[in-house]
Write a protein that binds this ligand. Structure first.
Ligand code: FEO
Length: 397
């Protein structure tokens, strides 16, 4: 139900405690999520975004129960993805006269999703919506943050930046604000969100943040479309994004692998130990991709200066958990990271070359030809893996 944020701005979204997967089955949401929708009640009454489709009726019923449905003068659709636009069909079924403000690309996407000819009003960067009482909404297009249609809306007076997906995180909470939740949990979800969704668009993130900062607007709150509202030191997440969008890396090495008969795993374990011994300051993590959460693994890749990826050879190829993750890594277009490949084999042994080539194609600097072990690694092969791990730590220092 409605939660008051300022005298005239309220949250009217939905907390989804049950959500475990997002974007179909692509993104794990261990801590659920929220779909944040806001209502502004000035001279005009305006809704900013809606909620995901399964909650459409509940959402519009709530607006009606709060006496808002009949009062609305406009809806701002900042992004057409279904988690924010999913209640538009129900809303506009019950209020067919309601004008919809969105970008030109938003009109295309909304028509593409819903095949409706609503009363669309395209907006561009700098366009304003007069809220009355001397306040207005100023629109800022934010293409590819993270869809072509995405935009921000800035409310003057209350100084609220409605940022849609940007600066959000998948964190279900009834506590509305950043200062009321566990900070480690919050930042874990923020970096996972950036790593898995925004990484490919980092150059655009940087340019958009610089553009918004150059306006020198006061910002009391950043009201995102997922998770908490940033009210305490709201620029903290903007500064984090500025770090994350510039080839971000920590002193961290991530090992990703899958294994059939424990040989490739043995190589991974030996290398993890050797890297840690050779470089005590480095955080070393190792994930078996068929067992570990893929999105958490990708978050570790995002945080790493270098990765090692391993698979045994199977049928002249590699194991599917590794192949799938490499496909995601390719799409995320990480920059400024080093890598190498490893794996066991029984006869032809193509896996290390396949992985090395995939990493190179994905923009990694592959530091050498990697390491292979024939059959199950014996004492000598395990020692070779330790030596390799030690050398790798030095190469990526
Ligand atoms: Fe939260 Fe791009 O939708």
């Amino acid at each position: 139900m409605k939660k008051q944020m300022t005298a005239t701005v309220s949250w009217v979204g939905k907390v989804d405690w049950e959500l475990t997967k997002f974007h179909g089955d692509e993104y794990s949401t261990h801590k659920g999520s929220t779909y944040n929708s806001y209502v502004i009640e000035e001279g005009k009454t305006v809704l900013v975004d809606t909620v995901w489709k399964p909650f459409a009726k509940e959402f519009v019923d709530n607006l009606e129960a709060e006496g808002l449905l009949g009062k609305l003068d406009a809806v701002i659709a900042q992004h057409a993805e279904i988690d924010h636009s999913g209640a538009l069909p129900e809303l506009l079924r019950r209020r067919p006269d309601l004008p919809v403000y969105c970008t030109a690309n938003g009109i295309k996407s909304l028509k593409g999703h819903y095949h409706q000819d609503w009363d669309f009003h395209p907006v561009k960067t700098g366009d304003e919506f007069d809220l009355g009482n001397g306040k207005k909404l100023v629109f800022v297009e934010a293409p590819m943050l993270h869809w072509p249609d995405s935009m921000f809306s800035y409310m003057t007076g209350d100084a609220i930046l409605f940022s849609n997906d940007a600066f959000g995180q998948h964190l279900a909470t009834e506590r509305l604000y950043n200062d009321l939740v566990d900070q480690d949990e919050l930042y874990d979800e923020c970096v996972k969100y950036y790593a898995n969704i925004l990484t490919p668009f980092s150059a655009l993130v940087k340019a958009k943040i610089e553009q918004v900062l150059s306006l020198k607007l006061p910002v009391n709150m950043i009201a995102t479309s997922h998770g908490v509202i940033w009210r305490k030191d709201p620029t903290q997440i903007v500064l984090k994004y500025m770090e994350w969008c510039q080839d971000y890396k920590e002193d961290r090495i991530t090992i990703l692998y899958d294994t059939m008969w424990e040989g490739t795993r043995a190589l991974a374990d030996e290398m993890a130990r050797a890297i840690q011994e050779a470089s005590p300051s480095t955080t070393v993590v190792s994930h078996c991709l068929s067992k570990f959460d893929k999105n958490d693994a990708l978050t570790d890749v995002f945080r790493s200066k270098a990765i090692l990826v391993g698979s045994p050879t199977i049928g002249k190829g590699i194991l599917t958990a590794v192949a799938g993750t490499l496909e995601e890594i390719k799409g995320l277009r990480f920059k400024g990271k080093k890598a190498a490949a490893f794996g066991c084999y029984g006869w032809s042994g193509e896996s290390v070359k396949i992985i090395g080539d995939a990493l190179r194609e994905s923009g990694f600097e592959v530091v050498d030809e990697g390491i292979r072990a024939l059959w199950n690694p014996d004492t000598d092969a395990l020692k070779a893996a330790r030596d390799y791990g030690k050398a790798f730590a030095a190469k990526v220092k």
